[in-house]
Design a protein around this ligand. Structure first.
Ligand SMILES: [Zn+2]
Ligand SMILES: [Zn+2]
Length: 317
């Protein structure tokens, strides 16, 4: 099952012609898990054909305008499209008041359920197949970094063992393959009798806006894909300190310390016409690094699959 990360917007607070405001969409089965929702996100969703009908979670790193400016419009559009499925929104304290008051002021009424939760450090949400964790980032206002961690998957199914135990091919195979015990001829057969050891899921890390620190490299430990802000070039280090952002080199060092398999840099300042400067600086400290472009997709493989990461651009028109 592929896990697609679609970069909807990769600019920082001032947009440039080829970069829209921050938003990343993780496509997992029929769900979209969105990290930040900058202005114009809904249009990027149209261009990337993500659509508005999926199961949806929107996770917000912090309440700076460039990261939340697209929420209200997106919610309204989905209302006009007669969306039925609920939408869950997670973010720092204040997110509830911001959304509820804007909707009240604009008289937006939704027929779908809107669940808004203000998060704290630690476990943010639990699903059957994955969990999301938050840790405090280090920015001008209260900000969080997030980690999406898939749960362990059942081990590989051993056909020979299943045959030896006399389990007939069909629904019982399927049941035990998904990790459930079965009863055959009054005997209990546990999944581990035919399955190999549990297999790891994938881990994605999202920095949001932040200065780097040691806590973050711990938090992102073992990430398959780490998406980190690199607002500034190493040459503009003072600006990064002043505005509580990270440089290309700092992001790369966190990626290396965390042992991430791949690092994608986002949130580039409008001052850089050519992102290859940022990429070249980061590459000196971390080999598998890219500067993500708008409407680019990175497909993250299972760590035990031996498959490569895939990277491609969505043809938008
Ligand atoms: Zn920002
Ligand atoms: Zn910010």
């Amino acid at each position: 099952m592929s896990l697609k990360v679609v970069f909807l917007g990769t600019s920082s607070a001032i947009p440039v012609p080829n970069r829209s405001f921050p938003s990343i969409a993780v496509l997992r089965k029929d769900e979209v898990i969105m990290i930040d929702c900058g202005e114009g996100t809904q249009r990027q969703m149209v261009l990337s054909k993500i659509g508005f009908g999926r199961k949806m979670k929107i996770i917000i790193t912090h309440l700076h305008g460039d990261h939340v400016g697209g929420i209200i419009g997106l919610l309204q559009t989905m209302g006009m499209l007669k969306r039925i499925r609920p939408v869950e929104i997670y973010g720092p304290r204040g997110i509830k008041g911001f959304i509820r008051s804007a909707m009240q002021y604009l008289k937006i009424k939704l027929q779908y359920q809107l669940l808004i939760e203000e998060v704290k450090e630690g476990l943010v949400l639990q699903e059957k197949e994955y969990e999301v964790y938050a840790t405090r980032a280090n920015h001008l206002i209260k900000s969080y970094s997030y980690l999406l961690k898939e749960r362990l998957r059942p081990g590989r199914f051993d056909v020979d063992k299943a045959r030896k135990l006399g389990i007939p091919k069909g629904p019982l195979w399927h049941k035990i393959q998904s990790g459930e015990r079965i009863i055959l001829n009054n005997k209990i057969i546990e999944p581990d009798m035919v399955l190999g050891p549990p297999r790891p899921g994938r881990i994605l890390g999202f920095s949001g806006d932040t200065r780097p620190n040691r806590k973050l490299s711990e938090f992102f430990k073992g990430a398959d894909l780490l998406i980190f802000e690199a607002t500034y070039s190493d040459k503009d280090f003072e600006k990064a300190v002043e505005n509580m952002h990270s440089t290309s080199v700092e992001a790369a060092k966190i990626g290396a310390k965390a042992g991430a398999k791949m690092l994608a840099l986002i949130h580039l300042s409008a001052r850089y016409d050519n992102p290859s400067i940022i990429e070249a600086e980061a590459t000196k400290h971390f080999s598998n690094v890219v500067v993500a472009n708008d409407l680019e997709v990175i497909e993250v493989p299972y760590p035990d699959s031996g498959e490569p990461f895939k990277r491609y651009q969505i043809k938008s028109f």
